[in-house]
Design a protein around this ligand. Structure first.
Ligand SMILES: [Zn+2]
Length: 479
């Protein structure tokens, strides 16, 4: 049996106003080449100046992933020629990255897997080549847009600790969740603010040596990562089983064909010449600065998830879903503060609330139901003002109209009928109209009572207090 050995490099665009080494805007939707200057275009004599915010975000992220912060971090030039890098080198960090030797814990199948983070480093993005009317090989000509050139990126490199395609998927989810909690990146894969490259090899299960690895590109979603890895595990296993060797190469994920396709033989790292960037002095990240940044770290997703399980006594499933985003977790906690019973709030947030958000495509930031309104509605159920069934109708109205539950219940006449005399009248009518079923109940067929309760609910359009109806029916037919 073979086991996959997977390592992932993630590039996240940092959410700064200006570029890494100049004051140009990071908005690359602007008209082509409008956000450029002599620094990001690599004019002779132009000197880079480090964006303070980008460095702070880099340190913050490295700390969140439990890295050691490099006191004397430094920038390097990675030399290569490509039309989208105007300087003919990329400023990156080679030997002295901001963060080293970290880890992230990911929950998986009621267990926790620790994936080591090799390094976290800062670098600048390249520009964008547009191959007019075709691909790089058959286009008549290519255009360059340098709006993206010099935009700050953070590269997060894992050790080859990932052992299955699903683990890779969960690792990426945790990475994105953490970056979003930190507020350092938008993490929008479709807009390119989060990109990932994956390395995979296989080896006999339990072996400690690595076999030839393959790099996967063009991964546009976390699902694409998982599926391309599934495919590669199968393909490499077949290659080895046939007595052949896996070739070191870069393969492209073909979404339409659901297969990886050979792109080019992989150049080794030695093909790039790195040397220290002479225009940027080495950084001096002091211990007190690190402590200062550490103090700004929010409660991270893993810790919050565990606190939800501990303090609110929620099942792991609930805690994971509720802490998926900071906004959802905040919403939940605020509603619990007002209402008290965490599990009930959790059921509503994960149930009706999420269902309506999915159905309408409305994100949590635009939801009209305030946490206090959800709490108020839950209190109305407890008091018997509305039934649990009617509550769903009320909640849907709250969601679409943004009105308070009290107003909706009043406007629509949804107050629960808990008046015994009124209910007795209805119950008697239902017994009269369903004589046969009533006889079955009298004869001891207890299950048949459910049908009669249903009839009362139908007649009252769901407004009858079901518990009272049940008791009244029993009183009249059984006792
Ligand atoms: Zn610039």
């Amino acid at each position: 049996m073979f086991e996959p050995v997977i390592g992932i490099e993630v590039h996240a665009q940092l959410k700064t106003e200006s570029k890494m080494f100049c004051s140009c805007s990071t908005n690359f939707d602007a008209s082509p080449n409008s956000n450029t200057c002599p620094i990001c275009l690599g004019f002779p004599g132009a000197l880079p100046v480090l964006n303070k915010k980008a460095l702070e975000y880099g340190i913050k992220t490295a700390l969140a992933f439990n890295c050691d912060i490099t006191e004397c971090s430094r920038f390097d030039r990675k030399n290569y020629f490509y039309p989208d890098i105007p300087k003919n080198y990329q400023i990156t960090q080679d030997a002295f990255p901001v963060g080293l030797n970290g880890y992230v814990d990911i929950p998986l199948d009621n267990d926790v897997r620790r994936i080591r983070i090799k390094r976290v480093h800062l670098e600048e993005d390249a520009g964008k080549s547009i191959h007019e009317g075709g691909t790089i090989t058959d286009a008549a000509f290519s255009l360059e847009d340098y709006n993206r050139a010099g935009v700050p990126l953070l590269e997060i490199v894992s050790e080859p600790d990932i052992r299955s395609p699903r683990e890779a998927y969960e690792y990426l989810c945790m990475l994105r969740r953490t970056l979003l909690y930190l507020g350092v990146s938008d993490c929008k894969m479709e807009e390119g603010s989060l990109r990932c490259d994956v390395n995979i090899s296989i080896r006999p299960k339990g072996a400690d040596k690595f076999w030839t690895q393959v790099e996967l590109k063009n991964l546009n979603s976390f699902r694409a990562v998982e599926r391309s890895l599934d495919y590669e595990v199968r393909r490499q296993s077949q290659v080895v089983a046939a007595g052949e060797e896996v070739i070191r190469e870069t393969r492209h994920w073909d979404e339409a064909g659901q297969a990886t396709v050979s792109m080019r033989r992989k150049e080794t790292a030695e093909d790039y010449r790195y040397f220290p960037e002479p225009d940027l002095p080495p950084l001096n990240i002091t211990g007190s600065r690190v402590e200062e940044i550490k103090a700004t770290l929010p409660e991270l997703p893993g810790a919050r998830r565990e606190r939800f399980m501990r303090d609110y006594e929620l099942p792991e499933y609930d805690a994971s879903l509720l802490t998926d985003t900071q906004e959802l977790a905040d919403y939940f906690e605020e509603a619990v503060r007002e209402y008290g019973q965490a599990k009930t709030v959790s059921n509503w947030v994960m149930g009706e609330f999420s269902r309506l958000m999915n159905a309408t495509g409305i994100g949590i930031e635009s939801v009209k139901v305030a946490p206090s309104d959800l709490a108020a509605m839950l209190k109305m159920i407890d008091k018997g003002t509305i039934s649990g069934k009617i509550a769903k109708t009320v909640f849907e109205e709250m969601f679409t109209e943004g009105k308070s539950p009290e107003v909706i219940v009043k406007e629509k006449g949804l107050v629960q009928i808990a008046d015994e005399e009124e209910l007795i009248r209805i119950v008697d009518r239902v017994i009269e109209e369903n004589g046969e079923v009533a006889d079955q109940v009298r004869a001891g067929k207890d299950k048949a009572i459910g049908f009669l309760v249903g009839q009362v609910m139908k007649m009252t359009k769901g407004r009858a207090n079901p518990q009272m109806v049940n008791e009244l029916l029993r009183g009249r037919l059984i006792n």
